[in-house]
Design a protein. Sequence first.
Length: 274
Amino acid sequence: MLISFSTLLFFGCLTGLTTVLFGFGGGFITVPVVYGVLSVTACSAADAMHVAVATSAAVMVVNAVAAALAQWRQGRLHRAYVWPLAAFIAVGAAAGSFAATLIGGTALRLLFAAYLLVTIADSVLRKGFLAVAHRTGPKPLGRATTTLGGTGIGLVAAGLGVGGSVMTVPLLRRRGLPMAEATAMANPLSVPVAVVATLVYALAPTAPACTGQLGYVDLTAGATLLLGSLPTIALARRLTARVPDRVHSIAYVVLLLVVLVVMVAVEGRHPGGS
């Protein structure tokens, strides 16, 4: 239990750092870590992936709000890129999180890994992410991007417990925003995903009756992660302005690759779960 606490606390700190630097809100860090811990310690190992996704969503509510407030105070948030996109993300999130409660753990893990792989390939192979897409300045979001794109982002993000930053950051990046602003905008755009997903997972009738859980949300694991992430967010909020844009975008892709490797390694140690 001490090792599990220390692991969650450490990765909570890392989550806070990635929330500020990359707008992740925690999902891509917390899902593999919580899954790895709970597949050994949870009262229902078969539901470990669902609990990991649900707990990740709950942690993201707090992390994303805290980071969004810090970014707002620094003047990095722009209303035109947040609203009404956030409303359509919330609509998609409701459907995505409900669908995830009906999908087996193995399928959910495979979808999570596939999502990471596609995102990495898209960021590296398609122009507009590693370098600013529009040298003449940022471009506005189109109506189709806001409505259909926002709904799709919410659907995928809530279903996999990843907050949507890995879809919103490349989207805003290709609209010409610097990495510091694109990742800053990812925090408020992750809030509707996290809130809707947390409510659905917490109230899910299929959740096992386990001590310390609210539905699929593991309260102890979530509190430990936040114990590490919130102080880190407070300390790291000024870092983004100091990171060169090119380095920032490359680091974003490298982190996704690391998370994919970790997820595959964890799955290799616990094959066959459902």
